[in-house]
Design a protein around this ligand. Structure first.
Ligand SMILES: NC(=O)c1ccc[n+]([C@@H]2O[C@H](COP(=O)([O-])OP(=O)(O)OC[C@H]3O[C@@H](n4cnc5c(N)ncnc54)[C@H](O)[C@@H]3O)[C@@H](O)[C@H]2O)c1
Length: 242
């Protein structure tokens, strides 16, 4: 197998677990991120399997350049995972327009640009899989006082369904995964009280691990999922059942 996957924000947390899961499934994985130091470290840890490219998904030139570099180096893109995402925590009346805009620029425009340019490559091949990493906050609003975040993930879900319809005739599926309370650098910053309250609200009474999100992505890009498109799968320990 000589398949190529691109994972945005793939040098840390959930993105790194997704990248390594896809490596286990035989993919060569291009991880793109704004964090050069971590990117180079991941590439060095998995030589010949993980390739780091610096890219800011919110900037069109950066995305265009990234996709061109991947095509020049590997000639194809079989899987795209839009995982890069940011959050700005503030009360609604306190958040600045700049903070609101940057969350939308990375979470929504970034996913849009990556879909747009990767789809051009996938269309030529007549196949491809795109997975967008959303959040439970898309469906129930943000529970951690980050007014730009939940709406940005809701927009991402709309993008998933829109691209799923548009790209279906080309043999490309587009799905989402909506996690909640996954143990990453982000959750390491919670106070013990906050951590306990979050766990208490989850029926399975524990936090999720990055590998749980990765397992879902690995399924969505597998042969077995080739009749699934426009779907958003929850990975949340039962926190939201809908
Ligand atoms: N951790 C959770 O509990 C949780 C819950 C729901 C959804 N999510 C979503 O999962 C995804 C990954 O979350 P995580 O917890 O692993 O976060 P993280 O902060 O550990 O990793 C995000 C990565 O994205 C990169 N990134 C940020 N802005 C970028 C940009 N403009 N261009 C390219 N890369 C950029 C960061 O450098 C980082 O490596 C995010 O989309 C997040 O919204 C996480």
């Amino acid at each position: 197998m000589n398949k190529i996957a691109v994972v945005t924000g793939g040098v840390a947390g959930i993105g790194e677990a997704i990248a390594l899961g896809l490596v286990e499934d035989g993919y060569k994985v291009v991880v793109c991120d704004v964090n050069r130091e971590r990117g180079q470290a991941v590439q060095e840890r998995y030589p010949g399997k993980v390739f780091f490219k610096e890219c800011n998904v919110a900037e069109e030139d950066s995305v265009r350049r990234l996709i061109q570099e991947v095509v020049d180096a590997f000639g194809r893109i079989d899987v795209l995972v839009n995982n890069a995402g940011i959050i700005r925590r503030r009360a609604g009346e306190e958040i600045s327009t700049a903070d609101w805009d940057v969350v939308f620029a990375v979470n929504v425009r970034g996913a849009f640009l990556m879909c747009k340019y990767a789809a051009e490559v996938m269309k030529q091949a007549g196949s491809g899989r795109i997975v967008n990493i959303s959040s439970v906050a898309a469906k129930m609003g943000d529970i951690t006082s980050a007014p730009g975040y939940g709406p940005s993930k809701a927009a991402m879900d709309g993008l998933t369904k829109t691209f799923a319809r548009e790209l279906a005739p080309y043999g490309i599926t587009v799905n989402g995964v909506a996690p909640h309370a996954i143990e990453t650098d982000m959750s390491a910053q919670w106070s013990p009280e906050r951590r306990a309250a979050i766990i208490e609200a989850i029926p399975l009474k524990r936090l999720g691990q990055p590998r749980h999100v990765a397992a879902c992505v690995r399924f969505l890009v597998s042969e077995g999922a080739d009749f699934i498109t426009g779907e958003i799968i929850d990975v949340n320990g039962g926190f939201l059942m809908d």
